[in-house]
Design a protein around this ligand. Sequence first.
Ligand SMILES: NC(=O)c1ccc[n+]([C@@H]2O[C@H](COP(=O)([O-])OP(=O)(O)OC[C@H]3O[C@@H](n4cnc5c(N)ncnc54)[C@H](OP(=O)(O)O)[C@@H]3O)[C@@H](O)[C@H]2O)c1
Length: 208
Amino acid sequence: MKKKVWLITGVSSGFGYELTKQLLAKGEIVVGTVRNEKNVIGLMEKYPDTFFRQFLDVTDIPKIQELVTNVREKLGRIDVVISNAGYGLFGAAEELTDSEVDHILATNLTGSIQLIRAVIPIMREQGHGRIIQISSYGGQVAFAGNSMYHATKWGIEGFVESVAQEVAPFDIGMTIVEPGGARTQFRYGSAQVANLMSEYNGNPAMPF
Ligand SMILES: NC(=O)c1ccc[n+]([C@@H]2O[C@H](COP(=O)([O-])OP(=O)(O)OC[C@H]3O[C@@H](n4cnc5c(N)ncnc54)[C@H](OP(=O)(O)O)[C@@H]3O)[C@@H](O)[C@H]2O)c1
């Protein structure tokens, strides 16, 4: 069977890293994006012909377009996209700064939206594709102290549910994944926690 070309954002740790490792072990081709390559040097050395590390901050919209165009040109197709890059922001809505609000929207919501918008024309032209959006359990329920994280995950789910109907006639499938809590870097440092949450109960709610 022909190897698939996968494009996965945020493969330096957590779900992205684990998915990449398992796909490469099965012989698939993975373009994995990172902001820092240190955690994927081992994969680059082990899979020089099938793992392609690309630098991307998903808040950089022109770079997203540049990346998908390059992948299409170099590898000929993009069979599966996993929109995975994201982080948690925990704190009472009133205490978050404007820049914290803007940055999580730019990353989890707009970054995912722009990635999906960028790959659809390629998948439509090639006549197939699968887009997998990593959302969260927190994309369907809400807890105090997680408002902006929920806003991004509920938001991306609404976007995907609508776009899935638009692209179905072109043989493009869309999947939303809603994990519960997992022991990734999300729980050990990558999530941002604002001050007031610790005053509420000493232990910010982080059920995902
Ligand atoms: N772990 C959980 O409990 C859980 C539960 C539900 C959903 N999720 C979702 O799962 C996805 C992956 O998270 P994870 O749990 O695997 O956490 P993780 O280990 O922290 O991995 C997150 C990945 O996203 C990347 N990333 C963050 N901001 C980025 C940006 N602006 N541009 C490009 N890449 C960026 C990180 O890169 P750097 O290394 O450069 O920071 C990292 O590679 C997220 O969408 C998260 O919301 C996680």
